[in-house]
Write a protein that binds this ligand. Structure first.
Ligand code: BEZ
Length: 211
């Protein structure tokens, strides 16, 4: 059955461009982003992997490790990485799984046969430090992902894991957040001493509490 939000991310071992990896050991106590690519030596994937390499420090600030996958083999990936480094002006600094036998692609349901029988779609899984799946998105092969959006989601997930808040549409770090419906309005001042606004009884805003 397909994975859903809140499920435990299935562990696996896989060959990668940085040697054999056990997912849980690789993530340790941190967060993870597991994302798949349709194939090596393809243009959009080349730009995506370059973009992720440039964001390595941003993922690290969020205690998050990235792990890419394509159904080609590790030796193929190594040649492709040289092209990515050359064309994207960066150094790929994270492992790419060689999933020729589709073990991980099948485990994470990354092949959508009505899209392509042979290639993974652009799947993204954000895995929390409790090893639960926090986000699943599937993009088509023709659309490169917005990795700043993934950082934004990680910010939201890490904030809302620690405070009784949710983040509104298009929220970014530093902007006001929504007080969870589970908090009674009369209890807000004690929990959120920076202040709050009651826009409707069900829509209460407060400054981001962890800043
Ligand atoms: C690409 O990464 O550019 C790509 C891969 C498969 C199909 C279409 C585009």
């Amino acid at each position: 059955m397909a994975l859903r939000l809140g499920d435990t991310a299935p562990n696996f071992t896989a060959d990668t461009t940085e040697g054999k990896i056990d997912l849980y050991e690789y993530l340790g106590d941190g967060w993870g982003v597991l994302f798949s690519h349709p194939a090596d030596y393809t243009p959009v994937c080349t730009t995506e992997l370059g973009a992720v390499a440039k964001l390595k420090d941003e993922f690290a600030k969020r205690n998050t490790k990235v792990l890419a996958l394509s159904v080609d083999g590790v030796e193929n990936h190594r040649g492709w990485i040289s092209d990515i480094n050359e064309t994207q002006g960066t150094t790929v600094n994270f492992p790419i799984i060689g999933d020729e036998d589709r073990k991980v692609s099948d485990l994470y349901d990354m092949i959508h046969p009505n899209s392509s029988e042979n290639f993974t779609v652009r799947s993204v899984f954000i895995i929390g430090n409790d090893k639960k799946i926090k986000l699943i998105i599937s993009y088509p092969a023709s659309t490169g992902r917005n990795f700043d959006e993934l950082l934004r989601v990680i910010d939201s997930l890490q904030l809302t894991a620690n405070y009784s808040v949710a983040t509104p549409a298009n929220w970014k770090q530093g902007e006001d957040v929504v007080v969870s419906p589970s908090i009674q309005t009369e209890d807000i001042p004690a929990k959120f001493p920076k202040g709050h606004k009651v826009i409707k009884p069900y829509l209460r805003m407060t400054p981001q509490p962890d800043l």
